[in-house]
Every structure is written in structure tokens, then in C-alpha cells.
Design a binder for this molecule. Structure first.
Ligand SMILES: Cc1cc2nc3c(=O)[nH]c(=O)nc-3n(C[C@H](O)[C@H](O)[C@H](O)COP(=O)(O)OP(=O)(O)OC[C@H]3O[C@@H](n4cnc5c(N)ncnc54)[C@H](O)[C@@H]3O)c2cc1C
Length: 392
């Protein structure tokens, strides 16, 4: 892949990627999305891709040399340790601490669902460093070498459908874990802003690949509908199946255009902050599109569809992963709604501005002259022998 210029395509040339930009990347990721292992083969798998972006933005030269370079060469893997067992949707409630003691940070706390921690050489950790600051500036981001004493993996949690003994989402306890003072990423209290660097890119890249997965499910549904015969005709001729295909195509096209438009905006503004809401919208839409299309494809395949011999069960489950990883759908919906609501104002009247009697009264007041003229014309037109009222 490196020889072909297709390695780590999410990165710019200064980091060893080709710097295609997000629109081209979206089109490439649509192809990669068909295969679960493609991101690893192409060097753009989560959580490493996002962690690389953080290190590239906020790491010192030494940290980049030590962690980013081998990560980009895929010699090591990494983990992202942010969610706590008490709840991930509200990071302002996290309690895991990092306290400066001489030239070291001392970390204590628990983290939950730190994917791939069992294989990772380092973890990117979010911890409270400024307990008295306001809710959004209490935390900082760190690089934690995975072999630092005091890191206990309580258990590796698996997800439904996978072998429970092969869980990859670690429940971790940090007991007096000492890391060098320079392993902080960004300034103290800047943890949320640093996290956004990582999550913005990760979310949109995931959505691009989901377009490919949904396309694959739709393709399989259509092939089956055209091939399976019942009551003397193919499933494709049944109007209820046609409705499933049409609804799936519409959902896919709407989602794909939203993803491409967001990718275009990222290229245009070169600032994730400016497209935060677009990315939240994509993230909120993604699980439903995959769920709906995969579930219809499953249904059209009948008993074969629910079997282990087809991938639809895992696609449907994957849609639930997507509705949680990198933030629950509802949280992203709230972000979008907040932004949309900023564009509107409340009315102080009892009835809304769109109330038809009110609009009629406003129109009558505004066009009183014209209406008076029309009425005058009508009266003239009504008299015998006059032409019908002219003008407007
Ligand atoms: C496959 C997978 C991989 C993951 N990998 C990582 C990782 O590598 N590192 C990491 O740190 N975390 C990871 N996570 C955790 C993920 O970030 C959290 O699951 C997510 O932030 C939600 O937190 P929670 O699971 O504690 O759910 P909770 O916060 O307990 O929320 C539960 C549910 O409550 C509802 N809810 C929550 N808030 C609101 C709201 N404001 N309004 C309305 N409803 C709401 C939603 O339905 C939500 O699903 C991963 C999760 C999954 C599924």
C-alpha cells in the first residue's frame, strides 16, 4: 500500500501520507468500508488514526519520535482511554486524576472500553488536572506508555457476537501511574480541545467507510431480490420489496451526500471546529442508515439472512456500536439541535409567527393600498358594461 501511495491516506505528506484531502478520502473510504480489515491494511484504523492526529498536532518532537513515527509505520498500536465506567456521555463528570509531583504526573482512576489497550504500546489518556476550573477546562490529555507500572487491566470486555474471551475493550485501573511531565499533549486544561482534534477526523472517516458498508448491504439486497423466485416471480417484482429497496437507496444517497458535503467543508475551512456540527449530524445519521439498510437486506434474504452464513447480523450490531463509539447518537443530536436553534428567535406573542390568521392580518396591513385598489376595481368591474377589473 505504501508503494502504491495508499498508506495512511488520512495524513498529509509531512506525516507520511499522500494528503489527498477529505473529499478524495471519502471516495476511497467508500471502497475500504466494504472490508473489516481494510483500515489495517491501508494504515488508517481506529483508534490509531485519531491518536496519530493528536500526536501530530500536540506532541513535542521527542514524543513524535518516540510514539508517532513507529505508530505511522504500524510497528505499534495505541489505545484511547477517555470513557469512565461511571458514564461516557458526559465527560465533564469524569473523575480520573493526574497530579503533578515534581517532574512527573501521577495518574489515578478508572477507564472503561479503552479499545485495543491489551495490544497497545501507549495510551492517550484524558484526566482531571484542574479540579477547580470550569467544567470544560478541568482536564488534560497525556501519552501514557503502556508498560508503566500501576496500569492494571481489570478485564478485556468483549462485545456481543464476539468470543467473550477475546474482548478488546479494556476496563483499566490506573494506580499511582507515574509519567514524565512532558508527556502532556497541549496545555493544562486543554484536554477537551485536544480530544476534538482526534474525534472530528475519526468520526467522519468512520462515516465514509459506513457509506461503503451500506452500499454493500444494498447491493446484496438487490441481487437477492432479482434472484429469488416466489409465487412465480422474483422478489424484485413485489412492491413491498421494491419499497424496501427504494427506501434504502434514498437513505444511502442522502447520507452519502451529507458525508461528502462535510468532507468538502473540512477541506475548505481546514478547521474541525467550524464543521463540528456537520460532523455531529453525520455521526447521528450513520447508525440509523446502516441499521435500516442492513435489517432490510437481512429480511429479504429470509432465513439465510439471519444465519451465520451472511453478514447482516453483524452489520445490524455494528450499527449499535456506531451509535455509541465516539459519543452516543443522542449527544450528537443535541449538538446539532443547539446549533440549529441558534439561528432562530422566540416570539413574544401568544400565537406563533406562522399562525395563518396572524400572517393574513400582517399581509392585509402590508398590502392595504393594493387591496383597496383591487376592491375599487372590483366595484367598478361589477357595474354593468364595464370591463373586468384590470391591473394586478
Ligand atoms: C465499539 C466501541 C468502542 C469504543 N471505544 C472506546 C475507546 O477506544 N476509548 C474510549 O474512551 N471509549 C470508547 N468507547 C466508549 C464510548 O465512547 C461510550 O460508550 C460513549 O461515550 C457512551 O458512554 P456510555 O457507554 O458510558 O453510555 P452512557 O453515557 O451511560 O449513556 C447511555 C445512553 O444514555 C443515553 N444518553 C446519554 N446522554 C444522553 C443525553 N444527553 N440525552 C439523551 N440521551 C442520552 C444514550 O442513549 C446513551 O447511549 C467505545 C464504545 C464502543 C461501543
Amino acid at each position: 500500500m505504501q508503494e502504491r501511495g495508499l498508506w495512511a491516506t488520512h495524513l498529509g505528506p509531512h506525516l507520511g501520507g499522500p494528503g489527498y484531502g477529505q473529499v478524495k478520502l471519502a471516495l476511497l473510504n467508500e471502497i475500504l468500508g466494504r472490508s473489516h480489515s481494510a483500515p489495517i491494511v491501508f494504515g488508517c484504523q481506529a483508534p490509531d488514526s485519531g491518536n496519530a492526529e493528536i500526536l501530530a498536532h500536540y506532541g513535542t518532537e521527542q514524543l513524535k519520535k518516540q510514539y508517532l513515527e513507529p505508530l505511522l509505520r504500524n510497528e505499534i498500536v495505541s489505545a484511547f482511554s477517555m470513557t469512565e465506567p461511571r458514564g461516557g456521555s458526559d465527560p465533564t463528570g469524569f473523575v480520573g486524576r493526574a497530579e503533578l509531583d515534581g517532574d512527573e504526573w501521577v495518574v489515578n482512576g478508572e477507564k472503561w472500553f479503552s479499545s485495543h489497550a491489551r495490544y497497545a504500546s501507549f495510551l492517550i489518556l484524558l484526566a482531571v488536572t484542574e479540579p477547580d476550573a470550569d467544567r470544560h477546562t478541568r482536564m488534560s490529555m497525556f501519552v501514557v506508555p503502556a508498560d508503566t507500572p500501576g496500569i492494571e487491566i481489570v478485564r478485556n470486555v468483549g462485545v456481543y457476537g464476539h468470543d467473550p474471551d477475546e474482548g478488546t475493550h479494556a476496563y483499566i485501573r490506573y494506580h499511582d501511574v507515574r509519567i514524565p511531565a512532558d508527556h502532556i499533549l497541549g496545555a493544562r486544561g486543554e484536554g477537551f480541545a485536544v480530544a476534538q482534534t482526534r474525534l472530528g477526523g475519526g468520526r467522519i472517516h468512520h462515516a465514509m467507510r459506513t457509506v461503503g458498508l451500506v452500499k454493500q448491504a444494498l447491493g446484496m439486497m438487490c441481487e437477492r431480490a432479482l434472484s429469488r423466485v416466489t409465487q412465480g416471480e422474483t422478489l424484485a417484482r413485489k412492491q413491498l420489496v421494491q419499497a424496501m429497496i427504494a427506501d434504502s437507496w434514498v437513505q444511502l444517497e442522502q447520507f452519502r451526500l451529507l458525508v461528502l458535503q462535510t468532507a468538502w467543508k473540512i477541506d475548505r475551512y481546514d478547521d474541525y471546529q467550524k464543521v463540528r456540527v456537520d460532523i455531529s449530524a453525520v455521526k447521528a445519521a450513520m447508525p440509523k442508515v446502516l441499521h435500516d439498510v442492513a435489517a432490510r437486506a437481512l429480511q429479504v434474504h429470509g432465513s439465510l439472512g439471519v444465519s451465520h452464513e451472511m453478514p447482516f447480523g453483524s452489520m445490524v450490531l455494528e450499527s449499535f456500536h456506531m451509535g455509541l463509539a465516539d459519543g452516543a447518537t443522542e449527544v450528537h443530536q443535541m449538538q446539532v439541535a443547539r446549533q440549529v436553534l441558534k439561528q432562530y428567535r422566540p416570539t413574544e406573542d401568544l400565537f406563533p409567527t406562522g399562525h395563518l390568521p396572524r400572517r393574513k392580518a400582517e399581509a392585509e396591513a402590508r398590502f392595504a393600498d393594493v387591496l383597496a385598489q383591487v376592491e375599487a376595481d372590483r366595484l367598478i368591474g361589477a357595474s354593468p358594461g364595464s370591463p373586468p377589473g384590470g391591473g394586478s
